[in-house]
Design a protein around this ligand. Structure first.
Ligand SMILES: NC(=O)c1ccc[n+]([C@@H]2O[C@H](COP(=O)([O-])OP(=O)(O)OC[C@H]3O[C@@H](n4cnc5c(N)ncnc54)[C@H](OP(=O)(O)O)[C@@H]3O)[C@@H](O)[C@H]2O)c1
Length: 304
C-alpha cells in the first residue's frame, strides 16, 4: 500500500487553514497542524494532530516538522497591534521556514498576497515580499500562492461589507471606488494549495477568482443581491477610515486600517492574470443572501 503523504498545515482552526485541512483529510493525507490557538473548536477531532508553533523554541518546531513531506504556511498577521505585528510575523515565518528545512521537509507551499513587494511602503505587502524572497533563496522546492481576497463561510472582509450595507444608512467608498479586486472562494483557493502539494516545481501563482469588480461595483452588486437599497457615496479615504474607527470602537475590533485602505486604493488586490478560481462571488452571495452580513465578523474576537 502507498504510504500516506504527510503534510503540516498552519492554522487548521483558522479561516483558510480549516478549508485546506478538510480537503487534505478527505484526500487521504496525514495532517498535522501548527497553531496559535489549540483551544479553538476542532472540527476534525483526532484525525488531525495539533501542536503549537513554538517559534521561540526552534528545536521543538523542528521536532514538530520532522517526518513530514510538505509544509503549508498560512501564518501571518493582518495588521500591527499591541500584541502582534508584521515585523514579528516576518521573523517567525523565517524561523518556520528554516525549521522545515532542518527537519527535512521536502516542499514548502507558502501563502502570500497579490503584488507583494520588498519596496512597498505598506508593511503587509513589504513583509510578504521579504518572505517570498527569503523562501526563494533558502528552499529548493517551493510554491508561492498569492490570493487577492478570500471569500466564503466565515470570511471577514466580504461579510463585513455586507454587514455595513445592512447596518449603515449610506455606504461610503474610499475615493471614487474605482480600484479593483478579484475575490477567490476559499475552497477554490484550498484546491490550488492541494494541487501545489502534489507538484514538485517551483511556482508562483496568483490565486484570483473569475470575477473582477471595482470596489464600487462590488458594493453595488452586493446591495442588489441582498436587496438593500442605500446610497453609495464617494468619501475621502480619511473620512472612510474614521467611520471604520467608529465601527472598530463599537465592535472592539480593527475593522479596517489605513494601510488596508491604501493597498486597496493602490490596486494591490488586482493582477492581470488568468483567473484560477471557479466560484463566482455573485453566485455565492446569492446563495447566502439571507445570512451574509447579518452578524459582524470580529477579527480580534477570533484571536482571543
Ligand atoms: N483572508 C483573506 O482575504 C486573504 C487575502 C489575501 C491573502 N491572505 C493570506 O492568506 C493567509 C491565510 O489567511 P487567513 O485569512 O486564512 O488567516 P487566519 O486563518 O486568520 O490565520 C492564518 C494563520 O495565522 C495565524 N494568525 C493570524 N492572525 C494572527 C495574529 N494576530 N497573531 C498570531 N497568529 C495569527 C493564525 O493563528 P491560529 O493558529 O491561532 O488560527 C493561523 O495560524 C495569510 O497568509 C494571509 O496573508 C488572506
Amino acid at each position: 500500500m502507498k504510504a500516506k503523504k504527510k503534510v503540516v498545515v498552519t492554522g487548521a482552526f483558522g479561516y483558510s487553514g480549516k478549508a485546506i485541512s478538510g480537503k487534505l483529510l478527505s484526500k487521504g493525507f496525514e495532517v498535522k497542524t501548527l497553531t496559535n490557538s489549540p483551544d479553538k473548536p476542532n472540527p476534525y477531532g483526532d484525525r488531525i494532530e495539533v501542536e503549537p508553533f513554538n517559534f521561540h523554541e526552534p528545536e521543538k518546531l523542528v521536532n514538530s516538522l520532522s517526518g513530514f513531506d510538505t509544509l503549508i504556511n498560512t501564518y501571518w498577521v493582518r495588521f500591527n497591534h499591541k500584541k502582534f505585528d508584521h515585523e514579528n510575523a516576518v521573523n517567525n515565518t523565517k524561523v518556520l521556514f528554516e525549521s522545515a528545512k532542518e527537519a527535512g521537509v521536502n516542499r514548502i507551499v507558502h501563502v502570500s498576497i497579490t503584488n507583494p513587494s520588498i519596496d512597498s511602503d505598506l508593511e503587509y505587502f513589504k513583509g510578504k515580499g521579504e518572505l517570498e524572497a527569503y523562501l526563494k533563496s533558502m528552499a529548493n522546492n517551493y510554491s508561492i500562492i498569492r490570493p487577492a481576497v478570500l471569500f466564503g463561510k466565515n470570511d471577514i472582509l466580504i461579510n463585513n461589507i455586507a454587514w455595513m450595507i445592512r447596518h449603515l444608512p449610506v455606504f461610503g467608498v474610499f475615493g471614487k471606488g474605482d480600484y479593483k479586486l478579484q475575490p477567490i472562494h476559499v475552497d477554490d483557493f484550498a484546491d490550488v494549495i492541494i494541487n501545489e502539494c502534489q507538484n514538485d516545481k517551483n511556482t508562483v501563482i496568483d490565486a484570483i477568482g473569475p470575477e473582477t469588480f471595482t470596489y464600487k461595483e462590488l458594493v453595488a452588486t452586493m446591495m442588489d443581491i441582498i436587496n438593500v437599497k442605500k446610497p453609495i457615496i464617494d468619501v475621502h479615504p480619511y473620512l472612510g477610515y474614521l467611520v471604520g474607527r467608529v465601527v472598530s470602537f463599537i465592535k472592539h475590533d480593527v475593522t479596517i486600517t489605513r494601510e488596508e485602505i491604501k493597498g486597496l486604493m493602490d490596486n494591490l488586490l488586482f493582477v492581470d492574470s488568468r483567473p484560477i478560481g471557479k466560484t463566482k462571488l455573485t453566485d455565492w452571495v446569492r446563495e447566502n443572501q439571507n445570512t451574509i452580513g447579518t452578524r459582524y465578523a470580529n477579527e480580534l474576537a477570533r484571536r482571543v
